[in-house]
Design a protein around this ligand. Structure first.
Ligand code: IPD
Ligand code: CA
Ligand code: CA
Length: 259
């Protein structure tokens, strides 16, 4: 096993264990729901415990690596590697016992993303990819669709917590998609939905004002499955997650025109 394969196996295992933590809290324990920066942006004890578990495993196995976790911020390291973690993507779904919600773990160096794992807890599905490789769902290679026209496209939207800034974009998108796209959905887990574009369940997904942990793993998985990501102008700032258009590639420019 080479180093990337080892780190991928490690990340897959961490993601699945974190999923078990989430289910154990969900079945019977108090979730201790707290509000974060925006009014509807919430965190539970399961988010925090999952992140604590993943960070503990990384520090034990790769003590020199840096870590960026959604709940605990930046943990400096002594290496060019940095793990980027969303321990529970889709917390509002989780609180309401609604699928999907997921664990997202990516590894990057100074230049680029090296590997990504998204484990969707409700369907027990693990998506993963690495730089230079293909993308997989539980051992099976996945690919984007070839849907090229809007009226056949199944499009996922995300409405971020920062509603003050995003409202005009959300309104424009609903106006331009409803009745024109093949279907429009809001599922509530950005990481899982990027993987759903990667495996052909969706043809595109659009959101802004996300965090880098929302899109790192799912973005790499989508690219390795043949998809395309950009900001709203077609540029490459999407890893900062302020604007993220994700698609099968062939419908990308049509989606950009909507914005
Ligand atoms: C959220 C989910 C949701 C998206 C929000 C994210 P969280 O992440 O990905 O789909 O619309 O913008 O913040 O808070 O559940 O980790
Ligand atoms: Ca998230
Ligand atoms: Ca989260």
């Amino acid at each position: 096993m080479d180093r990337i394969e080892q780190m991928l196996a490690f990340a897959r295992n961490c993601a699945k264990e974190a999923g078990k933590i989430q289910l154990s809290y969900f079945r019977g324990n108090h979730l201790h729901i707290e509000t974060k920066f925006n009014m509807h942006d919430v965190v539970t004890v399961a988010d925090k415990e999952s992140e604590r578990y993943i960070i503990g495993e990384i520090k034990r196995t790769y003590p020199e690596h840096a870590i960026l976790g959604e709940e605990s911020g930046m943990h400096a390291g002594d290496s060019e590697y940095c793990w980027v973690i969303d321990p529970l993507d889709g917390t509002s779904n989780y609180i309401h016992d609604m699928a999907p919600y997921s664990v997202s773990i990516a590894l990057r160096d100074k230049e680029e993303l090296l590997l990504g794992v998204v484990y969707e807890v409700c369907r027990n599905e693990c998506f993963y990819a690495w730089k230079g490789g293909k993308a997989y769902l539980d051992g099976k290679e996945i690919r984007v669709t070839d849907v090229a026209v809007l009226d056949k496209a199944f499009v996922a939207l995300g409405f971020p917590y920062d509603s003050d800034h995003y409202r005009p974009v959300a309104q424009k998108l609903v106006d331009r998609l409803y009745g024109y796209a093949g279907g429009t959905r809001l599922l509530g887990s950005a990481a899982a939905e990027l993987c759903y574009v990667a495996c052909g369940r969706f043809d595109a997904r659009i959101e802004g004002y996300l965090g880098p942990w929302d899109v790192a793993a799912g973005g790499l998985i989508l690219m390795q499955a043949g998809g395309r990501l950009s900001d709203f102008s077609g540029g490459d700032t999407w890893p900062s997650a302020k604007q993220v258009v994700a698609s099968n590639g062939v419908i990308h420019d049509t989606i950009l025109h909507l914005l």
